[in-house]
Write a protein that binds this ligand. Structure first.
Ligand code: GPP
Ligand code: MG
Length: 292
């Protein structure tokens, strides 16, 4: 009898860069995802985000002409999500037009397009979802920036990009889809010496031990695996990434979730995020690090 294992052929065979099982289910989720909470917001200015918002809410959007409350609420949520992306990009002060930057887990490309428009640099966005890569490339084409902003079907743990290619790399709410040690090893390889890495992420506070029920519910909702806060620093220290700035954005994101809960595009996960953040088991963090 042969002892050879039958090679597993993923259902999504058109995507050869992902492994079977976990990554396959994540890609399937994002290939099917068409949530109005992302598409209706993105349609406002054709910047499609897959992250949450920060900053104070203008609560007047829930008042006044009832016919415009819905659209004004959606515009306000979008404003807060764009503010989050700008807060992340603010950590890259030295990007010049000749630099290349990498958006790891780029979603539909909103942050990548913002980076190019702000710095004039070349941007590579990578995702394991063919739908997201195609969608994001169409957005770049519509803006006439396809020569500068390119989206690829690639695995952020193993991109194939040459060593030292990037002056900057970020993960905007995408680290919870992979092992941090593997991820930061790949980032350190691709970053130039003295390059900058930034992540905004949700992490659980391991002061309290393991993930709370609310954090576990978020994991199940998005098929992700939220890491403990301490693991970010261990994985950075192991991979030549030295933190230079840590910002707890938990209080800054709570207003976004309160508004989202009242909006027509709420998905049902809002109360869970509010419970996790206000209960203290979950934190929304920015970490910036230098590649030494
Ligand atoms: C938001 O994406 C981000 C994630 C799904 C990763 C998980 C992030 C954490 C901070 C835990 P999205 O914009 O597609 O989500 P939604 O459809 O709920 O707006
Ligand atoms: Mg969203």
């Amino acid at each position: 009898m042969s002892t050879h294992r039958q090679a597993h052929i993923p259902a999504q065979t058109a995507n050869p860069i992902i492994g079977p099982g976990y990554q396959e289910s994540v890609a399937t989720y994002w290939n099917k995802e068409r949530n109005p909470v992302n598409l209706r917001l993105g349609e406002i200015d054709e910047l499609f985000h897959h992250h949450y918002g920060i900053g104070d809410v203008d609560w007047s959007v829930l008042e006044g002409d009832p016919d415009t409350i819905e659209q004004r609420t959606i515009a306000e949520m979008h404003r807060l999500e764009t503010a989050q992306a700008n807060f992340l990009l603010d950590r890259f002060s030295d990007i010049k037009p000749h630099h290349r930057v990498l958006d790891a887990g780029c979603g539909r490309g909103g942050s990548s397009i913002m980076a190019h428009e702000r710095f004039g640099c070349e941007v590579d966005g990578i995702t394991i979802s063919r739908h997201q890569a195609d969608f994001a490339n169409q957005q770049a084409a519509k803006r006439g920036i396809s020569g500068k902003v390119r989206f690829h079907l690639k695995n952020m743990l193993d991109t194939g990009f040459p060593p030292g290619t990037y002056q900057a790399i970020w993960n905007n709410e995408s680290t919870m889809y992979c092992n941090l040690f593997d991820l930061f090893a790949e980032h350190a390889r691709q970053l130039s010496r003295n390059g900058r890495y930034v992540t905004i992420t949700g992490c659980y506070d391991d002061t309290y031990g393991l993930p709370s029920q609310a954090v576990s519910t978020i994991n199940a909702h998005y098929i992700c695996d939220i890491h403990p806060r301490s693991m970010y620093f261990k994985a950075m220290a192991a991979n030549r990434l030295v933190p230079v700035e840590v910002v707890d954005l938990t209080q800054a994101t709570i207003p976004y979730w309160k508004l989202r809960k009242k909006s027509s595009v709420a998905t049902g996960i809002e109360d869970v995020f509010l419970e996790a953040y206000t209960g203290g088991s979950f934190q929304y963090m920015l970490i910036a690090a230098d590649r030494v």
